[in-house]
Structures are given as C-alpha cells and as structure tokens.
Design a protein around this ligand. Structure first.
Ligand code: C5P
Length: 413
C-alpha cells in the first residue's frame, strides 16, 4: 500500500462505481484506502450493488454523499450524473459485473453509473469481478475489447477461488493493483510526463550450478519505490528487475537474474531514455565456470573461482541522467564520492546499510544524495517512497540545470 503523503491520489476527485458482484464488499476497503491517501471519493452504486453492501458503509468511509438513485430529488439543484461526471479526475468501476461492462460497451445509460460513464470525459478504469465462465464468454470479451479500443483501462481479474467454489479467473484484482493503475492514470499529467525512466531493482543472482547461486540481501524495495514514484509523476517507466516482487501496475517490466542479463536489458532500455537509476545490487563477481550438474559434496575444502561481472553503470553512457546507489558499511561519503567520480555519475545515493532502519529489506532508508555539481543533501530517516520522491526531485533539478525542457519526451541534449 502506498503510504507517502506525496502520492498522486492526494486531493483528486475519484468517482468510484460499485456494481452488484459478490466482491462489492471489497469496494469498502478500496474506498477506505483511496480516502486515506487523500482522495475525494464519490461513490456511485448500482441497485444490485446495494443488495451486497450498504451505501451507509460507503458514506461513513468516504465522508461524502453516496449516489444511488437517478430519480431522487437532490438537496440543491444539480443534475447529479453530470456534476459527478465533471468533477471526476477518473472514473473507477470496481467491481464491475459483466452486465455493467456490456452496458458501457453498448453505450446504454439507464442508471446513475452508466449515465455518468457516458457523460464523463475523465479516463475510465474498470476492474471486473465475476464467474470465470461469464468472464471468458465471447460476449464479455468482445465488450472488453470494444471498451479497450476506446481507451478504457482494465485491471484484469485474478485466478483463485470464486464464489461458486470453483477455481478460475474472475476474482477482483488485488487492491494494490487497482490503486496502482489508478495512480498511473492520474500521473499522466505529472511533471515527468513524456520522460522515459529506466530503473533497475533487486539483487542479481549468479549461478554456481543448476541449484545454487551467489546472491545478496537486496529486496528490491527501494527500486520499486522509485518505480512507483516515477510512474505517479507521469513517466514511462521500464523496470529491470532481479527481484521476485510483483511489478507495480502500469509499468513495463523486464525480468533478469544475472548481472550479464541485466547489462543486456539496460543497454536496450536506455535507448531514448531520459534517466537511468541503478538501484539494483549487482553482484561484483560470478563463477568462472558454472557447473552443468549439481555439485556433489565431498570431504575436501572447496574453492570457488570467481571472475568480475560487467559494470553496467560504467558502460551505460548517453544523454540521460545517470544515477547510482552506494550501499556502504564504512566511510559512506568518501566511498560514495569515489563512485560518483569513477563512474562519472550525475547523482549518487549513499546508503549506510549498517544503520538501524536503513538499507536492505527495511521499509525506511537513511541516505545522503551527492551530485556531480558538488551538491550534498543528507535526508532524515524516511520511508523508501519518500526517499524515492526526494531522489526524483533531485534528478529533475539536475535535468533542468542541463537544459532539459519539460514534457518534450526526447533524450537530454
Ligand atoms: O557495487 P557498487 O557499490 O559499486 O554499486 C554502485 C552502483 O553501480 C550501483 O548503482 C549499482 O547498481 C551499480 N553497479 C553496476 N554494475 C555492477 C556493480 C554495480 O551497474 N557490476
């Protein structure tokens, strides 16, 4: 869940349509998460939705009126579906039934939600939830395809146990995924709109034999926080991940395992990029020879012969802002400065991994940012998402100094 006060949801009006699926109860948690993130959530419930969950619950959660009935005489004069449609920065329908999806695909407008959907110019995000056979039915799939053609974004239902007891695809997507997609849509107008940002994350694994590998303790949390922060500012993000964590919604992900694979992926991704952030903990050594079969244990002392991995950042050059991380257990600033010079970086993020609440696997981080122009900024202990936002602020400052114009979508000059 996104916890930072700086998320793209803050202060945004979101129309949340809830339809008559058994997953309707999950909409309460969704509305709560959006409200806690600072969004104004205008809930619109279909009649069937109200059979599963009460509007009273949604009103208490959102602290706002819940729209349920087209024919109710409003307290002040306004045509409700028009005012809801105009106020919304995005219309999210979660859960969406096959019936509502069919109505929207056909342009029908016979209740408050479908009239609002037809009247709004805001982008629409739909998270379906239904029986797996209904979801797979050609009628539903064709309706979804029609809506996609019109620019509607879908958050695919997940596989799992359905209300019928069957296992299939039809469960409402995870709330993180729905909120991630919503954030990506809202971020489109952000200050990084038109920028291509490449971010590496996680710890590489260098195989020794088909079973074992050399690895490190990087969880990928810092890199993933950077990915979400850049996405929420409107960037087109390419995540090159050596971590098992699921990719944040709305970003392209390339999965890699070794330093060599990461090098190939980075070389391809940085073409036309504006920023490269190497947050991955890349192994410095790999086995000189990888055994084809599992190595048997013996009573002898074993020696591993290692050779250097390629230095990815050193080799990735171009007209983009290059940012590295320096995870250190001693002489933090001196070592970070050395890396900045050696790899000719624009910015290095120095990270003391011995400190409590900082470094690997934690949700917080304590870093100092050192830039090529001599600037140094020591940040307090912050959540990784907050650190990510501060790093992006620094990158934007550097890019501006180098004369990058906002929102032009091309590499730096
Ligand atoms: O491992 P080291 O502390 O030198 O890492 C500094 C920076 O260089 C990090 O941003 C890391 O992702 C990157 N790096 C790399 N290729 C390597 C080792 C590290 O790009 N082989």
């Amino acid at each position: 869940m996104i916890k930072s006060p700086m998320t793209v949801l803050q202060g945004k009006t979101i129309a949340l349509g809830i339809t008559g699926s058994i997953a309707a109860f999950k909409a309460a948690e969704l509305a709560s998460a959006l409200t806690q993130a600072g969004a104004m959530v205008d809930v619109i419930m279909t009649e069937a939705a109200q059979r599963f969950i009460s509007p009273v619950t949604l009103r208490a959660i959102t602290h706002r009126q819940v729209a349920t009935d087209m024919w109710e005489v409003p307290a002040k004069f306004e045509i409700e579906h028009i005012s809801l449609a105009e106020a919304a920065k995005v219309l999210l329908i979660a859960p969406a039934t096959a019936n509502t999806i069919a109505k929207l695909a056909g342009g029908l407008a016979d209740d408050l939600l479908s009239t609002t959907a037809l009247a709004t110019k805001a982008p629409m995000v739909i998270a379906p939830a239904m029986n797996d056979d209904m979801y797979a039915h050609p009628a539903t799939q064709q309706n979804i395809a029609r809506l996609k053609e019109r620019g509607v974004l879908f958050v695919e239902p997940s596989f799992g146990r359905l209300a019928s007891g069957k296992i299939g695809q039809g469960r409402l997507a995870k709330l993180e995924e729905i909120i991630g997609t919503l954030s990506a849509v809202l971020g489109r107008e952000g200050e990084l709109a038109g920028w291509k940002v490449v971010i590496t994350a996680g710890g590489t694994r260098e195989p020794l034999d088909p079973v074992r590998y050399l690895g490190n303790r990087s969880s990928g949390k810092m890199g993933y926080a950077l990915v979400e922060a850049a996405r929420d500012r409107g960037a087109r993000v390419i995540l090159i991940s050596a971590s098992d964590r699921p990719a944040p919604a709305g970003v392209a992900v390339v999965r890699v395992e070794t330093a060599s694979q990461m090098q190939v992926a980075v070389a391809e991704a940085v073409m036309g990029a504006d920023v490269l952030i190497m947050a991955a903990a890349v192994a410095d050594y790999q086995a000189k020879e990888v055994a084809a079969q599992k190595k048997k244990k013996t009573d002898e002392t074993q020696y591993l012969e290692l050779k250097r991995t390629p230095d990815i950042l050193q080799g990735a050059r171009g007209h983009f802002v290059r940012v590295g991380f320096a995870a250190e257990s001693e002489d933090l600033i001196a070592n970070a400065r050395h890396k900045l010079d050696e790899k000719e970086l624009d910015l290095v993020i120095a990270n003391d991994i011995t400190e409590f609440g900082s470094g690997f696997e934690t949700d917080t981080n304590h870093v100092t940012m050192i830039s090529r122009d001599g600037g140094m900024e020591a940040l307090p202990l912050l959540t990784k998402r907050e650190v990510a936002d501060r790093v992006l602020d620094a990158i934007m400052r550097l890019a501006r100094l180098r004369g990058k114009k906002k929102n032009h979508g091309e590499g730096l000059e």
